[in-house]
Ligand binder design. Structure first.
Ligand code: 5GP
Length: 200
């Protein structure tokens, strides 16, 4: 055992990123994934909203009908789901579970109701809130979104994309060193020390 594990044997961390609409989350996530493709996996949500120009089924979202969505709920195939502006959004379980098992740190880019549900079900989840240094008036939902900021573990300020990507990477990788994420490692050290004491 090594602290934090190496990339082969360590468990992935589940990470939720929320933030103000227009804070550039999408760009930030894309950059993080392209710099560290072996470390991170981005979950693709299911939604009942219509695809926007340039969006591809299976890439930005799985675009499905309300019926199909309700079937996924009934079959317990979602980690969480929420209604947001009259549409359903939800995180499929299967992909997330597989990626975590493979040792990837899995990022969910979801809104706050969903974020809190994930945290409740999986208390080890790391919650990151993305904001920018200047709040723009065009963001009419910002007030509502700001309400929940204090529930998150870290704030990431996206004023410079390059720095922000590295900062986010350091926060997440530092998180692997938290003692509660290394209980097996600590147990091994204690057992080894006990054994050494017994031998002397
Ligand atoms: P948009 O329609 O602009 O792509 O997304 C609207 C909001 O839904 C964003 O805040 C986005 O983060 C959130 N969202 C996307 N996927 C999910 C999901 O699977 N679950 C939840 N709870 N929110 C999501």
């Amino acid at each position: 055992y090594r602290i934090g594990g190496n990339k082969v044997n360590r468990k992935g961390i589940l990470i939720v990123v929320s933030g103000f609409s227009g804070s550039g989350k999408g760009t930030l996530m894309k950059e993080l994934l392209s710099r560290y493709p072996d470390t991170y996996a981005l979950s693709v949500s299911a939604t009942t909203r219509q695809p926007r120009d340039g969006e591809q089924d299976g890439r930005e979202y799985f675009f499905i009908s309300k019926d199909e969505f309700e079937k996924m709920i009934a079959k317990d195939e979602l980690i969480e789901y929420a209604r947001y502006v009259k549409n359903y959004y939800g995180t499929p379980k299967e992909y997330v579970r597989k990626q975590l098992d493979a040792g990837k740190d899995v990022i969910l880019e979801i809104e706050i109701q969903g974020a809190l549900k994930v945290k409740e079900e999986f208390p080890d989840t790391l919650l990151l809130f993305e904001t920018m240094d200047v709040i723009e008036s065009r963001m009419n939902r910002a007030c509502e979104e700001a309400e929940g900021m204090d529930y998150y573990d870290y704030l990431v300020v996206n004023d410079d994309l390059n720095m922000c990507v590295e900062e986010m990477h350091m926060i997440i990788q530092g998180e692997h060193r938290r003692s509660f994420r290394n209980e097996a490692f600590m147990k091994t050290i204690k057992e080894d020390l006990e054994r050494l004491k017994g031998e002397n």
